[in-house]
Design a protein around this ligand. Sequence first.
Ligand SMILES: C[S@@+](CC[C@H](N)C(=O)[O-])C[C@H]1O[C@@H](n2cnc3c(N)ncnc32)[C@H](O)[C@@H]1O
Length: 258
Amino acid sequence: MAYDYEYFKKAVFELTTIDLNAYKEKQMKRRIDTLIDKRKADGYDKYVAMLKSDKEAFEEFVSYLTINVSEFYRNPDQWELMDKEIFPELIAKFGKNLKIWSAACSTGDEPYSLVMALSKHVPLNQIKIYATDIDKQILEKAKLGLYNEKSIENVPEEFKKKYFTKVGPSYKISDEIKSRVEFKQHNLLKDPYPKDLHMIVCRNVLIYFTEEAKDEVFRKFCDCLYSKGVLFIGSTEQIINYKEIGYQRKNSFYYDKP
Ligand SMILES: C[S@@+](CC[C@H](N)C(=O)[O-])C[C@H]1O[C@@H](n2cnc3c(N)ncnc32)[C@H](O)[C@@H]1O
């Protein structure tokens, strides 16, 4: 048997249910090979054996694979637009009980930013953000809610004062904000999607997917949204065939369903 990348992809799927075929191959393979070198495993078969027997190596692999860099209010101009246009329009159309999904939420910076941003329009106790990620470990980190100074840099001053407490070198987000987010493990490539949503925020994950996988996810998002529901994507992303899928383009990063 050839212990090549094809073998490795199958083994990873069996171990993690992560389908590496849906991720851009060149980039992903380079990352994985670097990690294998770092671990000094001699070949994919030895590395798979290590993943099976060494919990720490396994967790390191999943975290590394899923690339979970995030920050609060990532690309602040787009959050400003959310505050000035997107939320007011959604509330005018649907009222204050908005169903919002932060898909691939990583360490929680994005769903917690959504709670704070929405709290300018809706009482906090009426807010519920549904937040998911494929990486179980990262969700535990999100629930813990501890951040460094750099990741909260773009949080508006009033919210920094109100909702963060300094704990050693870190900043802890308040339970008031935390309690408004429901975290759950979810694989965008495999699991059923939530229904009847007013807004989906999915940023900086689909860039790692193949064109086919990306297209399928955008189509499924469209099926989940109400008419006039909004999709918010990352600043380096675009939906080229948005019309064909069934979206209207509000601007570069916000699309809605007619
Ligand atoms: C770079 S982070 C983006 C975090 C946040 N959305 C942002 O823009 O700051 C990418 C996240 O996508 C998650 N991810 C990767 N593949 C996924 C999949 N198939 N389903 C769900 N989440 C996935 C990773 O675990 C990681 O936390």
